[in-house]
Write a protein of this length. Structure first.
Length: 213
């Protein structure tokens, strides 16, 4: 690890393309936290290799190493960063507002995203004998389902999901819009989603995190 003012530089173990890794990179950038990055190729099963298992027995990706601590699962990592580095805040001040932002984030990260992963891909190909076009229709359907619900939760105007600055909800939304574009989902029915995505992608923290994911 590279020293940073007497502290170890955080290290992010990530994969690409990966919505979860994209989320963590955005959060680190918004917080202005320098970090090292190591890419794991999930299709080559890098996350199952013994050397990574010694770092992270859960073998989940992404994982963030901060000193002697290893954090896994993207939303948990972002909440950890929020608690350890409070500025700029990624959650609102009041309990009701925080709950609403978390609800939007979970809708995207846990309703849409888990259907777009290697386990689903293996099942579709091996068990259901689905071709690539069928897989893409499957993904597009669930992305549209999630965006339909989210669209109704988003504000009629404004640059972000809540308030005047990016929150946890925006961090989750942006990578999923990129996924939607990959699978040629029609975003025309979701003008609020598109507006917020466009505003977020004007910010350097989101631009630097994209990496063509």
């Amino acid at each position: 690890m590279v020293p940073r003012g007497g502290m170890a530089l955080m290290k992010l173990y990530e994969s690409a393309p990966s919505s979860a890794s994209f989320r963590v990179r955005i959060a680190l950038n918004l917080k202005g936290l320098p970090y090292e990055s190591e890419l794991l190729d999930l299709r080559a099963n890098d996350h199952q290799k013994a050397e990574y298992g010694r770092i992270n027995p859960q073998r989940a990706v992404p994982a963030l190493v901060d000193g002697e601590k290893t954090l896994t699962q993207s939303l948990a990592i972002i909440e950890y960063l929020e608690e350890t580095h409070s500025e700029p805040p990624l959650l609102p001040r009041t309990a009701m507002e925080r709950a609403r932002v978390r609800a939007m984030a979970l809708l995207v990260a846990c309703d849409v995203h888990p259907l777009n992963n290697l386990r689903v891909l293996r099942y579709l190909k091996r068990e259901l004998n689905a071709d690539d076009a069928t897989r893409d229709r499957w993904y597009a359907h669930w992305i549209q389902e999630g965006f339909t619900a989210l669209e109704q939760m988003l504000p009629d105007s404004g640059s972000f999901c809540h308030g005047g600055a990016p929150t946890l909800a925006d961090i989750c939304l942006v990578p999923q819009v990129v996924n939607a574009q990959r699978y040629k989902v029609d975003l025309a029915p979701f003008p609020r989603v598109r507006r917020i995505f466009d505003e977020c992608m004007k910010l350097p923290a989101f631009q630097r995190a994209h990496r063509g994911a």
